[in-house]
Ligand binder design. Structure first.
Ligand code: TPP
Ligand code: SF4
Ligand code: MG
Length: 351
């Protein structure tokens, strides 16, 4: 993708970030995934994004299900909290963790099988509740860990290595999320460093559920000719909606652009997304348009990427429940138990 001329070139990465930590503090264990797996590239981008945003590692809760993708939280941010749940059950554990402790930033990493097949019911309710978390789907169209069966995101006509073609329609997780009222929906490609980094940083700054579907080729089971989730296919058919740049709230970067060529979206924390339009009419705050563009791209066999939709002001599940700001485990007894007088009043009503 061409460089974005609207934002001045980023300075060389500093040795420590704004909270004084070197990038080493954001790294994890050595990956045991196959060399060249898209999931490894996504882990690297997560390390960079968390470092650049200056998120304290001990304030992050990493959550995942089961799959090669769901193993990847072990390969970044070793200092963070982590919960590797049962297959497809990450969303309910994440919801519990976020409600129990509002001070944690939750980062879910899942697979297309984990989210789109066994976990779809859980995903649906997480998204409609706008649970505050970053939800990354590492989407390779197959169950990599169990040796490459088609998942629910495999396109009709895409083939396995054996030549067998998928005949079932694909679930587009972004289209589904939009229909469910999601407040941040984007798609990227593990091979597009610039776009993925900007979208991850924006997802970190977003207040509700940030659904980020990342096409992440499985080099062992789904990277051949005939696959629509291979590196070659995605590179050839990638159709970005915008050039995405992210300016965090703590950086003052002056941005110059021609009027009308750029849309700016201010996120909840004051960070800014600079979207240089590649399509004149595209507006990332128009949910209906986003759904239409995704359907049109499917019909044309394109892999549409970029920020599909964002609503920075959508109330989150935690806002709706009016929860206490303090982690529930730290609340004193007086805040948890009704007083004797209140209990007696209640009992009186029941008599
Ligand atoms: C309850 C349950 N059912 C089935 C499995 C077997 N299983 C393990 S991982 C997996 C699919 C993983 O696919 P995906 O989420 O796409 O991750 P990938 O390995 O492709 O990254 C399946 C079916 C399981 N571990 N638990
Ligand atoms: S089997 Fe596929 S998804 Fe799993 S680590 Fe290897 S390349 Fe990645
Ligand atoms: Mg998969």
């Amino acid at each position: 993708m061409a460089a974005d001329p609207t934002v001045s070139a980023a300075p060389a990465a500093p040795r420590v970030n704004r909270i004084g930590l070197p990038i080493l503090e954001y790294r994890g264990g050595k990956s045991t995934l196959c060399a060249g797996c898209g999931h490894n590239a996504i882990s690297e981008r997560i390390v960079d994004a968390m470092f650049r945003m200056g998120v304290p590692p001990e304030k992050v809760a990493k959550l995942s299900g089961i799959g090669c993708s769901s193993k990847s939280p072990a390969y970044f941010m070793s200092r963070s909290h982590a919960f590797n749940t049962v297959h497809g059950r990450m969303p309910s554990v994440a919801t519990g963790a976020v409600l129990a402790n509002r001070t944690l930033r939750a980062l879910g990493v899942s697979g297309d099988g984990d989210t789109g097949s066994i976990g779809i019911g859980q995903f649906v309710h997480l998204v409609r509740r706008n649970v505050p978390m970053i939800y990354v789907v590492e989407n390779n169209g197959v169950y990599g860990l169990t040796k490459g069966q088609f998942s629910a995101t495999a396109d009709v006509g895409s083939t396995l290595k054996t030549g067998e073609a998928n005949r079932l329609p694909a679930i587009d997780l972004c289209a589904l999320a939009l229909q469910l009222g999601a407040s941040f929906v984007a798609r990227s490609f593990s091979g597009d460093k610039k776009q993925l980094s900007a979208l991850l940083e924006a997802a970190i700054a977003h207040s509700g559920t940030a659904v980020l579907d990342v096409i992440s080729p499985c080099v062992t089971f789904n990277d051949h000719e005939g696959s629509t989730k291979s590196y070659a296919f995605v590179k050839e058919h990638d159709d970005p909606l915008q050039e995405v740049s992210f300016v965090p709230y703590f950086e003052e970067i002056s941005v110059q652009y021609e009027p009308g060529s750029v849309a700016e979206v201010k996120l909840h924390d004051g960070s800014r997304l600079i979207l240089r339009k590649l399509e004149e009419a595209y507006d990332a705050t128009d949910r209906v348009k986003a759904q239409t563009r995704i359907s049109e791209a499917h019909a044309k066999g394109e892999v549409l990427t970029g920020l599909f939709f964002v609503d920075p002001a959508a109330p989150t599940f935690v806002d709706l429940l009016a929860l206490d700001d303090r982690p529930l485990a730290t609340l004193p007894d007086e805040a948890l138990r009704p007083s004797r007088a209140v209990l007696e009043e209640l009992m009186g009503e029941l008599r």
